[in-house]
Design a protein around this ligand. Structure first.
Ligand code: FCB
Length: 491
């Protein structure tokens, strides 16, 4: 899980079941957890392979700004952030890092840090203002210029086709629960890949399908702010169909293009030793981590419900699983943290999977209160390596929010980000040594940026951004990471 749930323990306890439940049923068993976690592995130096791809990631709505320029239409994130009460502090991505105008400066920073890959996303409403119809040449031109700047700086563009900024007009037509979206999305993907496929070889279809369908349609904490588990179920199936169709559309344009998706993954550890919690943890793993992976690679939904998966409520029709199937060329892994899972009676809680999530807090916490636990990264990557042995992985996001700012000398001494990254990369090095086929790592993020419902309250960047002046200052962690990117030597 990558973000605090809207349905936290307090809210859960206020439900009928929660009020009746004894607190001890829900409390994770800490003795058991310590046994489960064991002693964290000590830091081990590692020499990454020469061809390992060092990168950083960004996303359109979080950095571009220029929300209504050059023919761009309104996205669901424009609407959400312009709605009072949705984003902390009332902030918006209207300007964000102004990267739409300053992209050359940002590419130069990536180059200065010796990076080989820059992950960015295309804003769908820049290309089709209302999500259908002929493309907006100015929108395409922006991404051509950005890509050319990257290539000139010897950076590999890794382009994500959807990082959550759906055209608002398509939400008005029903949003992702509307099956028609799969066709609309495929049309858009074809437009972008026809325009940019000559310069971009690596593509992510979606960013974190579980997060945008769950937080957007079930919990209501992200755009488009719906709170309906039924809508989530339908949206998740349409997204799975769209993923398969988009994959085939890209390959039909050029079969050599490398196509994957960036999946949000987190360890789902049972909160106690009970059989019920163990089963709940398996269900949580199925829904959170592989609901959009197994459909593509195996043509089936993993079992995520105590009974059968609710295929009718999901809108699954005969033949659909063939549409979802797509032999992705790589799995993008967005990894942030662990979560603990306990069982709750079905139908009584947040959804009908019978699981309750806790944030793990055994390790130190970042300024976003996300737990630092590098071993979890190793374990998760190894599990994926075992379950999908034929498909290489790229880490498409990993990082941490710490609020360090420039000191009186204008330097940003963010030692905690250096330690965080060193720990996670050491865990990744161990996974590679243990046989995982991981070919690259992208730090989230190149720049401090608009952190969704948190507004500007979190800073994930290797580069500090002063949002009043747009001045960029590379943090100590940026210089540290840049050195690592040039030697591959983790010491
Ligand atoms: C991920 C998102 C990314 C960023 C990080 C912190 O879930 O993909 O856009 O917000 O979390």
């Amino acid at each position: 899980m990558t973000r605090s749930r809207s349905f936290n323990r307090r809210e859960f306890l206020s439900t009928a079941f929660g009020a009746a439940a004894s607190f001890s049923i829900l409390r994770p068993d800490h003795r058991f957890l310590r046994e489960l976690a064991g002693t964290p592995a000590p830091f081990a130096p590692f020499q990454f392979p020469k061809e390992f791809i060092w990168g950083a990631a960004t996303a359109s709505y979080q950095i571009e700004g220029a929300w209504n320029e050059d023919g761009k239409g309104e996205s669901i994130w424009d609407r959400f952030s312009h709605t009072v009460g949705k984003v902390k502090g009332g902030y918006t991505g209207d300007v964000a890092c102004d990267s739409y105008h300053r992209y050359k400066e940002d590419v130069a920073i990536a180059r200065q840090l010796n990076l080989k890959s820059y992950r960015f996303s295309v804003s769908w409403p820049r290309i089709q203002a209302i999500g259908s119809g002929s493309p907006n040449p100015k929108g395409l031109d922006y991404y051509k210029r950005l890509t050319d700047a990257l290539l000139e700086a010897k950076l590999r563009p890794l382009c994500t086709l959807y990082h959550w900024d759906l055209p608002q007009a398509l939400e008005d037509a029903g949003g992702w629960p509307n099956r028609d979206l799969a066709a609309r999305f495929t049309d858009y993907v074809e437009i972008v890949v026809r325009a940019l496929g000559d310069r971009i070889s690596h593509w992510c279809i979606f960013n974190e399908p579980w997060v945008f369908t769950t937080l957007g349609y079930s919990w209501g904490t992200h755009a488009p702010a719906r709170k309906s588990f039924a809508d989530f179920l339908r949206a998740s199936h349409v997204v799975n169909i769209a993923q398969g169709q988009a994959f085939r559309a890209i390959k039909a344009i050029n079969s050599k293009l490398q196509v994957g998706t960036a999946f949000s993954v987190s360890n789902c550890e049972p909160a106690s030793n009970s059989e019920a919690d163990r089963q709940a943890a398996d269900r949580a793993y199925a829904l959170n981590n592989i609901w959009f992976v197994n459909t593509a690679l195996k043509g089936e939904y993993p079992k995520a419900f105590p009974g059968d998966n609710p295929l009718d409520a999901m809108g699954v029709r005969s033949g659909d699983l063939e549409l979802c199937r797509a032999p992705l060329d790589f799995l993008g892994i967005n990894y942030y943290r662990r979560q603990l899972i306990s069982a709750i009676p079905t139908g009584e809680g947040e959804d009908s999977t019978g699981v309750h999530h806790f944030d793990a807090t055994e390790g130190a916490l970042t300024d976003f209160a996300w737990e630092v636990w590098p071993d979890g990264f190793h374990d998760l990557v190894m599990r994926f390596a075992r379950e999908y042995p034929g498909t290489p992985m790229e880490i498409t996001e990993n990082g941490c929010s710490y609020l360090d700012a420039p000191d009186e000398h204008g330097r940003v001494p963010d030692q905690r980000r250096i330690e965080f990254t060193r720990g996670y990369l050491s865990a990744l090095g161990r996974a590679i040594k243990d046989g995982a086929n991981v070919r690259g790592y992208h730090h989230w993020s190149l720049l401090d940026n608009f952190e969704w419902a948190e507004g500007y309250a979190q800073r994930f960047g290797l580069t500090f951004v002063d949002f009043r002046t747009q001045k960029r200052t590379i943090k100590d962690s940026g210089y540290w990471y840049g050195k690592l990117a040039s030697t591959g030597q983790l010491t």
